[in-house]
Design a protein around this ligand. Structure first.
Ligand code: SAM
Length: 230
């Protein structure tokens, strides 16, 4: 399968069955136990990212690109804290849902821009580029190109999360819960941390902070990397 096919499958999935599933997981309504576990894991990933960003006390001065923003789980609180946020996703349904949630949660959405866009077509420069739980849709041989593109948009910092390959055996057993039933049409790709760190290094970035978020069915390695000069 070539990269274009992979992408079309992901896009179609997040505009159909994937949209219904992930909108519920990333919401607060009733879900099954597995989905609840994934929701809690993902919430920890978002909370850790927010804590790193707020630690320095300058969120309101930051321009942030949230690449593959989903339903806005990270973009909305960042905009609420005053950051200038550019949020985009390849799925128009996810972006429409994110817009709705932003309108409901924020009194003012002037500093939050949404777009339906493939992250590899993004342009511009942002202080911080963030891409949470998207690399799972990228095969290993496509990760370098994707990360290099995100790095080219980042003036100072890149925050990425991915399902680590070190947990491969236990994870593979559970991977069915990432994309159950008909939605198994989308593959989940794991990445070796050493590969990701090496790609970041080649792009001129060094890892500063890291965390591993792990629940029963959710695994996410979270890395913050900054440009060597900053
Ligand atoms: N980052 C969000 C979060 O953590 O709440 C959403 C994570 S969700 C598992 C993955 C998202 O990545 C989906 O909304 C999907 O449409 C998006 N996505 C996948 N491939 C993409 C691409 N090439 N460009 C932009 N978005 C993409």
């Amino acid at each position: 399968m070539n990269a274009a096919d992979d992408k079309t499958i992901v896009q179609d999935y997040f505009n159909s069955t994937g949209f219904d599933r992930w909108r519920r997981i990333y919401g607060d309504g009733e879900v099954n136990k597995v989905q609840l576990d994934i929701r809690e894991g993902h919430q920890q990933t978002v909370a850790t990212t927010l804590s790193w960003l707020t630690y320095d006390g300058n969120v309101s001065k930051l321009s942030i690109c949230d690449a593959g923003c989903g339903v806005g789980s990270l973009s909305i609180p960042l905009a609420q804290d005053g950051a200038k946020v550019y949020a985009s996703d390849i799925s128009e349904k996810m972006v429409a849902e994110a817009k709705e949630r932003a309108a409901a949660a924020l009194s003012n959405t002037d500093n939050l821009t949404f777009a339906v866009q493939d992250l590899e077509a993004l342009s511009g420069r942002y202080h911080t580029v963030i891409c949470l739980d998207v690399l799972i849709h990228y095969p290993q041989d496509k990760a370098a190109e994707m990360i290099a593109h995100l790095a080219s948009l980042a003036e100072s910092r890149l925050i990425l999360s991915f399902a680590p390959k070190t947990l491969c055996l236990s994870l593979l057993k559970k991977i069915g819960s990432f994309f159950p039933g008909a939605s198994k049409a989308t593959r989940a790709y794991l990445h070796r941390e050493a590969d990701i760190v090496e790609i970041l290094k080649t792009c001129g970035f060094t890892v500063q902070r890291q965390d591993m978020i792990r629940t029963r069915f959710y695994f996410s390695r979270l890395l913050e990397a900054t440009r060597k000069s900053s």
